[in-house]
Design a protein around this ligand. Structure first.
Ligand SMILES: Cc1cc2nc3c(=O)[nH]c(=O)nc-3n(C[C@H](O)[C@H](O)[C@H](O)COP(=O)(O)OP(=O)(O)OC[C@H]3O[C@@H](n4cnc5c(N)ncnc54)[C@H](O)[C@@H]3O)c2cc1C
Length: 298
C-alpha cells in the first residue's frame, strides 16, 4: 500500500510526486506521458537568444529527481480509480492495480483545437494555446485570439496590454459580462463575432489569419501571433462520479488543493486554477503537502 499515488506527469504531478518523496512518503506517480503539456515550446523569428523561462526549464529540477528514482514512476494510463474503505484502488490500462491512502489527481486538460489548415504546422511558431505563457513574446505586435468565453476574453485583455492590436475572433457572440464590456471600450481591441476561422498562414512563422464573417464576407488580417482559446476539457473522468466538479468538469478544490473527498487532492489544469506551468508547480507541491498532513492526522 502506497501512502500517495499521483496520477499525471505534467508540472503539477511531477512536483507533487517530488514533494511526496521529500516528505518520505511511499509515493508512486503514474503518467500516460512524461512532462505533460510542457513539451510544447514557442519559437519566434525575432526573439531568438532572448531569455525565455519556460515551464520545461522550471520543471527540470523536479523531473531529474524522479528520473533518478525511477522506481517511483510508472508510464501507463490509469483506467479506473475507486474509493474503498480508508484507501483507494488505482487500475491501469495494462492491468496493473495499486493501492494508496491518498491521491493527487493531476491529469491536466485537453486544449480544443481549431482544426484548420496551418494550425498544426505553425503551433509553437506563433500559434499558441496559452496567453499566460506566451503573451509577453508579442510586445508591439498584432495578434488574434480565437474564442468567445471567459478564457478568450481574459487572454484578449492580457494581450491588449502588450500587443499593438488584438483581434478577438469569437465563434459565438460574447456574453454581456463586465469584462466583455471593458474589451469593447479598448482602442486596440477589435471584436468580431460569429466568425469562422478558415486558415492560419505563414511560411516559417504565423503571418496571417483568414476567416469568414456571419454575412459570408471573407477577411484576412496580418498577425504575428494566434492564440487559440476555445473551451478545454479537463481530464477529470476518473473521479467525476464521486468527487465534486464544476459544470465544466473541473475538479473543485479548496486553497489547500483538497477536494470534497477526504484523502483526494487535485492540482493543475484539471482544477479551476489555470494555466501556467509556474503556477502548477506550486499547486502540485501544495497538494502533496496537504496529502502528507492528511496522512498525519487520519
Ligand atoms: C501548446 C501549449 C503550450 C504551453 N506553453 C506553456 C509555456 O510555455 N509555459 C507555461 O508556463 N505554460 C504553458 N502552457 C500551459 C501549461 O503547459 C499547462 O498549464 C500545464 O502543463 C498544466 O499542467 P498539469 O500538470 O496540470 O497538466 P499537463 O501538463 O496537461 O499534464 C497532464 C498529465 O496527466 C497525464 N494523464 C492524463 N490522463 C491520465 C490518465 N488517465 N492516466 C495517467 N496519466 C494521465 C498526461 O499524460 C500528462 O502527463 C502551454 C499549454 C499548451 C497546451
Amino acid at each position: 500500500m502506497y501512502d500517495l499515488i499521483v496520477i499525471g506527469g505534467g508540472p503539477a504531478g511531477i512536483t507533487a510526486a517530488a514533494m511526496g518523496i521529500n516528505q518520505r512518503l511511499e509515493t508512486l506517480i503514474i503518467a500516460a506521458c512524461w512532462g505533460g503539456q510542457t513539451s510544447y515550446a514557442m519559437h519566434l523569428e525575432d526573439v531568438e537568444g532572448r531569455e525565455i523561462l519556460t515551464g520545461e526549464t522550471l520543471l527540470e529540477a523536479f523531473r531529474r529527481q524522479l528520473d533518478y528514482l525511477d522506481f517511483v514512476r510508472r508510464f501507463d494510463r490509469v483506467s479506473r480509480v475507486m474509493p474503498e474503505e480508508g484507501h483507494f484502488v488505482v487500475q491501469t490500462e495494462t492491468g496493473d492495480c495499486f493501492e494508496s491512502q491518498s491521491l493527487v489527481i493531476a491529469t491536466g486538460a485537453k486544449p480544443q483545437q481549431l482544426n484548420v489548415p496551418g494550425e498544426v504546422r505553425l503551433a509553437g511558431r506563433g500559434l499558441s494555446y496559452s496567453a499566460t505563457a506566451h503573451s509577453g513574446l508579442f510586445l508591439g505586435k498584432d495578434v488574434a485570439v480565437i474564442g468567445s468565453r471567459r478564457y478568450a476574453q481574459c487572454a484578449t485583455a492580457d494581450l491588449a496590454r502588450k500587443a499593438y492590436r488584438v483581434y478577438l475572433l469569437a465563434p459565438e457572440p460574447l456574453s454581456n459580462t463586465p469584462l466583455a464590456h471593458k474589451l469593447r471600450q479598448m482602442e486596440n481591441v477589435e471584436i468580431m463575432e460569429n466568425v469562422t476561422v478558415e486558415e492560419v498562414k505563414g511560411e516559417q512563422f504565423v503571418e496571417r489569419i483568414t476567416f469568414s464573417l456571419e454575412d459570408g464576407e471573407q477577411r484576412e488580417v496580418p498577425v504575428s501571433g494566434v492564440f487559440v482559446k476555445l473551451p478545454r476539457t479537463p481530464n477529470s473522468e476518473l473521479v467525476q462520479d464521486w468527487v465534486d466538479c464544476d459544470r465544466a468538469g473541473r475538479i473543485i478544490v479548496d486553497v489547500n488543493c483538497a477536494t470534497n473527498w477526504p484523502g483526494v487532492f487535485a492540482a493543475g489544469d484539471v482544477t479551476y486554477v489555470s494555466e501556467q506551468a509556474l503556477i502548477h508547480i506550486g499547486e502540485g507541491a501544495k497538494a502533496a503537502i496537504s496529502a502528507y498532513r492528511y496522512l498525519l492526522m487520519c
